[in-house]
Design a protein around this ligand. Structure first.
Ligand code: CA
Length: 505
């Protein structure tokens, strides 16, 4: 079967993306009738017509920049010939003006999950030991290794024991307004659906983030806390943690999977190590999957403010109400101000790897990134680390940094879908992470790390809808424990990385 040479996403586009794994040689004649003037690497852009200086460069039917000088037809359109446009003005966006109508509901799709007393549903059954401060991290890691070796084998219904360690908790301006972000993130993670909602806490004693700050909302029963400074010697400390762990294991071991509607899924979407194919293959396929999840009544969160910011004018019209539109603008403005305080420049994102993968700038990256959000109405906006309780498509504000975004999404999600072009072995201990590749060459190279290959869309072997359905069904299997992700197979678990926009003292 003859594979296409290039992909052009939108009929208005004046650039196309080279598809062949080895790129396209100089002199190649494209179906559009253009002859390449130079070699173009895979995933990079080629000019389909001559673009005079200042002409808009169109991809996804949108302006990704303007020609910095004349670009002849058949040339490689690299970052240095593109002048980046300014981000859309937040003051002049149209809100809730093109709200998509609801697609027909999808009935009858279920998974096997662990239902909790508060109605949330777990996709794993894990003993998690929450920590209030980094000082206790190595001690908790030591205890967890002992618990895994000595206790866990006696509780066959418990999948794992994990230490929820992090770098926050002391040496920070804990009363500064922005401290609320890491504190609420860690508070929600401590009561995660996959932990049964009931935390075991290890505290040092003198730290700024006292357990009462982490659990201010505790209505009736306070969480069980082991305070290291209350005990005599390391041996007694470990014995106390293990006693508490055993009490929790007895409770968790009673949990059983029950049939739950797909609407109990809370799926966090993220991309990392993106390339120019991400917006053509894996992200649109994830968007198709997101539309199916929304139709099934589930919650789907997309995030990463800096990768939404330059495409926000395409999202505000899709907000279900003007108020949701204003919430979205508020999150963009907060992040604009945060970046301005740190004097971040607009070329800070994409990364060198993104650029090697053909992404010229953050505008092109954002247009490809929001494809993950599918086509349904935007039903809500959550601020950093807030727990999402609404159904439907939600924008949950996070930084784009993979581990920080994943950590913040853990406040709500019970399943994570991660798209990648350059490849990353990223994983999280608390929830299954399903990794989707943008190109077949990555899925082949990393056959034991990538869970699903969306590169087949670029080569014409599968459609976006077909891969969307495959992903949807894969999620139900993974959520039920019937299929293991590669990250879970190898236990590739990145550390929690709470976002601290506040001052460190
Ligand atoms: Ca990311």
């Amino acid at each position: 079967m003859a594979h296409p040479l290039t992909v052009r996403v939108h009929p208005l586009d004046n650039v196309a993306i080279a598809v062949s794994p080895d790129g396209l040689a100089s002199g190649t004649v494209l179906p559009e009738g253009v002859t390449l003037r130079e070699a173009v690497p895979q995933a990079h852009k080629v000019a389909l017509q001559t673009l005079p200086e200042g002409a808009p460069i169109l991809r996804y039917g949108q302006v990704i920049g303007h020609a910095a000088r004349e670009i002849l037809a058949g040339s490689w359109v690299r970052e240095d010939v593109i002048r980046m446009p300014a981000a859309p003005e937040l003051a002049h966006l149209s809100l809730a003006t093109a709200v998509p109508v609801d697609a027909p509901p999808l009935e009858g799709f279920t998974f096997e999950g662990y239902r909790n007393a508060d109605g949330s549903v777990g996709t794993k059954n894990v003993l998690g030991i929450t920590t209030t401060v980094q000082c206790v991290a190595a001690t908790v890691d030591y205890a967890v290794a002992r618990i895994r070796a000595e206790l866990l084998p006696r509780y066959p219904n418990v999948d794992d024991v994990v230490s929820l360690t992090h770098t926050y908790g002391c040496g920070v301006a804990i009363d500064a307004p922005d401290a609320a972000v890491p504190i609420r993130t860690l508070g929600h993670i401590s009561r995660h659906a996959n932990l049964g909602g009931d935390p075991l806490v290890v505290s040092l004693g003198c730290e700024k983030m006292q357990p009462s700050r982490l659990f201010p909302l505790f209505e009736s029963a306070p969480p069980e806390v082991v305070r290291l400074q209350d005990h005599a010697g390391f041996g007694e400390i470990i014995a106390r943690i293990m006693e508490s762990a055993e009490r929790r294991l007895e409770v968790l071991n009673q949990r059983r999977r029950v049939t739950c509607p797909a609407s109990d899924l809370v799926v966090g979407l993220q991309c990392g190590g993106s390339d120019a194919f991400s917006g053509v293959t894996c992200n649109p396929a994830v968007g198709a999957m997101a539309d199916l999840l929304v139709r099934a009544g589930a919650t789907v969160m997309f995030s990463e403010v800096t990768e939404v910011r330059d495409a926000v004018h395409l999202l505000t019209p899709r907000c279900a109400t003007e108020e949701i539109g204003r919430d979205l603008v508020r999150e963009m403005q907060w992040y604009d101000d945060y970046l301005a305080r740190g004097r971040a420049d607009r070329s800070a994102n994409p990364t060198p790897g993104n650029k090697r993968g053909g992404l010229a700038n953050v505008v092109e990256k954002a247009l490809g990134s929001i494809a993950k959000a599918g086509s349904s109405a935007l039903r809500g906006v959550a601020t950093h680390g807030e727990k999402v309780t609404r159904k439907g498509l939600i924008f949950a504000a996070t930084p784009a940094s993979d581990f920080i975004c994943g950590t913040q999404q853990l406040a709500s999600m019970n399943l994570h879908v991660f798209t990648t072009g350059e490849g990353t072995p990223y994983g999280l201990a608390l929830v299954p992470v399903v990794k989707v590749s943008s190109r077949t060459s990555l899925a082949e190279k990393w056959h034991d790390l990538i869970d699903l290959d969306a590169g087949r869309i670029a080569t014409g072997e599968a459609t976006i809808d077909e891969v969307g359905w495959e992903l949807f069904r894969l999620l139900l299997d993974v959520a039920s424990g019937r299929k293991k992700t590669w990250a879970d197979h190898w236990r590739l678990y990145n550390a929690l990385a709470p976002f601290n926009p506040g001052p460190v003292t």
